[in-house]
Design a protein around this ligand. Structure first.
Ligand SMILES: Nc1ncnc2c1ncn2[C@@H]1O[C@H](COP(=O)(O)OP(=O)(O)OP(=O)(O)O)[C@@H](O)[C@H]1O
Ligand SMILES: [Mg+2]
Length: 489
């Protein structure tokens, strides 16, 4: 019997854009999420393998081949045993630049197998396969943080399931995908499901859509013949105070003639704990599959895999690793990782205007800038809005704590550090009274904490923000970079 892998391998699934691929914030997502319930997403954007103009140039017919270099004659002699040298990426070539950005776009779905979600896909596939084989309804609950590949994996499993059923000569189940962010109210989910079972024919019925479904699945005569795979994405939106909609939804799979294979997808990890006990008591506890946040290695593997459609290297290995490490440490969100990589490509692109370099690669420094932008916090914004002298006081604090590994200093010591910065940058320093007032303002705003002392100069000073936020805020600003170069212990 074909496994998930063989099902995928035998019939390469048509690539489908993720319905929820646009962005993480829910409000934005609601606007951007394409495709209404039950719609079939369009074809993949990975249609043309973008080839470098250098690729294959003059290989077969070119006279160059006759006077080949030792390297290319080695290649002719040993054929595939010698790894072909990759052509270099030319970021000035608009077609190549477009191809790179497309490969990194969240809406671009890899047309081949998904990496790093093998185990989860297999569990979902086996569950669906079991339901189809036994013609038995069932429910599955998928949870995991944003950007962990839940929607993408379920879409791939759906394709695999259809190919498998086809291969086995079984009746392929109908399918319905509902993104709950598109529902105008929570109970609309039942009219969507009912509409699909009735092939969108609307009968005049006094019963509510939920009651109609319940009655349909209770009688052998009225029960639909075909199984129906119902994928309910963004299920968090169905959480009502009494969770009645969620319970009714999962209960639909317990009716004697139910034909629903229900897959609920949600972000809330604790939703399972909150509503599973009740479902268990109602005898409809779903199978739970958790999608863990991507690790550094997984993020790195996924990006490399997505870039395989290109013939050239786009990132320095160190740059990719830096991105993967940062994103994994923060959220493990693949959407974020792809966004950062695209942004790093744009940083390189912007730099092209100032140079006449033909070839390029995204370096660690490009990635550093992209990561700084992506993880820029509200604190960084607040730092950037401060008056210059208060910003210089923060630099003095950063120098004290960064270079001297201290945890606290005094107002007097901080003043000396500040004066040192003023001297090196040739900015006239303010007097001690004004300096002390500035520190009080910074303390009121939560940047630092000022202790009590009879003498102002002896007041204890501690930093209340992350020291790296100060570095982030002033990255690329030559004046403040100089301020931050003044060690003072
Ligand atoms: N294993 C993977 N291989 C390739 N790309 C991936 C993988 N996982 C995630 N992605 C990329 O990340 C995007 C987000 O994935 P997906 O929409 O499946 O996340 P999700 O877990 O459903 O997030 P949310 O909870 O916010 O809906 C995908 O559109 C895809 O571009
Ligand atoms: Mg999703």
């Amino acid at each position: 019997m074909p496994t998930l892998r063989s099902a995928t391998a035998n019939s390469p699934p048509a690539a489908t854009p993720s319905p929820a691929a646009a962005s993480t914030p829910r409000s934005v997502k609601r606007r951007l999420t394409p495709g209404r319930a039950g719609e079939t997403p369009g074809a993949s954007r990975h249609t043309s393998p973008h080839r470098s103009p250098h690729a294959g140039a003059g290989t077969v017919c070119s006279p160059k081949l006759l006077s080949a270099s030792p390297k290319s004659s080695r290649k002719r002699l040993y054929g595939d045993l010698v790894a072909a040298e990759k052509p270099k990426w030319n970021p000035r070539d608009p077609a190549q630049m477009r191809a790179v950005k497309e490969a990194l776009h969240v809406a671009t779905v890899p047309s081949c197998e998904l990496v790093c979600r093998d185990h989860e896909q297999r569990r979902v596939f086996e569950f669906c396969k079991g339901c189809v084989e036994q013609e038995k309804a069932g429910s599955l609950y998928i949870c995991g943080c944003p950007g962990t590949g839940k929607t993408l994996s379920v879409n791939k499993v759906k394709e695999s399931l259809m190919s498998w059923a086809d291969e086995m000569g079984m009746e392929t189940p109908d399918s319905l995908a509902i993104n709950c962010t598109n529902l105008s109210n929570t109970s609309e989910i039942f009219s969507k499901i009912l509409g699909q079972f009735q092939n969108r024919k609307k009968g005049s019925n006094k019963l509510s859509p939920l009651q109609q479904l319940q009655s349909m699945f209770s009688n052998k005569e009225s029960a639909p013949r075909r199984m129906m795979l119902v994928i309910v994405d963004e299920m968090d939106y169905l959480i009502t105070r009494d969770r009645a909609v969620l319970h009714d939804l999962f209960m639909l799979t317990t009716f004697p003639y139910s034909r629903c294979i229900l897959i609920g997808i949600a972000n809330a990890i604790d939703l399972a704990d909150r509503f599973l006990p009740k479902l268990e008591s109602l005898n409809c506890k779903p199978l739970v599959v958790t999608f863990r946040a991507y690790s550094k290695d997984q993020i790195s593997d996924i990006i490399k895999h997505r870039l395989k459609v290109l013939e050239y290297d786009v990132f320095e290995p160190l740059a990719l690793e830096f991105c993967a490490r940062k994103v994994a440490a923060a959220t493990g969100d693949m959407r974020k990782a792809l966004g950062v990589c695209r942004s790093a490509v744009e940083v390189l692109e912007a730099g092209l205007q100032d140079s006449d370099q033909e070839l390029g690669i995204v370096t660690f420094d490009h990635m550093d800038i992209a990561l700084s932008k992506a993880f820029k916090s509200a604190v960084v914004d607040s730092i950037l809005c401060l008056p210059q002298h208060q910003q210089m006081v923060l630099c003095a604090l950063a120098n004290t704590f960064q270079h001297c590994k201290k945890k606290a200093t005094t107002l007097g010591e901080l003043n000396k550090s500040y004066i040192g910065i003023c001297r090196s940058t040739q900015v006239p320093a303010v007097g001690m009274l004004e300096f002390s007032n500035m520190c009080m303002v910074l303390s009121d705003q939560g940047f630092m904490k000022l202790g009590q002392s009879k003498e102002d100069k002896l007041r204890r000073v501690t930093l209340q923000i992350d020291i790296s936020d100060i570095g982030f805020a002033f990255k690329g600003n030559r004046f403040f970079q100089k301020c931050l170069e003044q060690p003072r212990c």
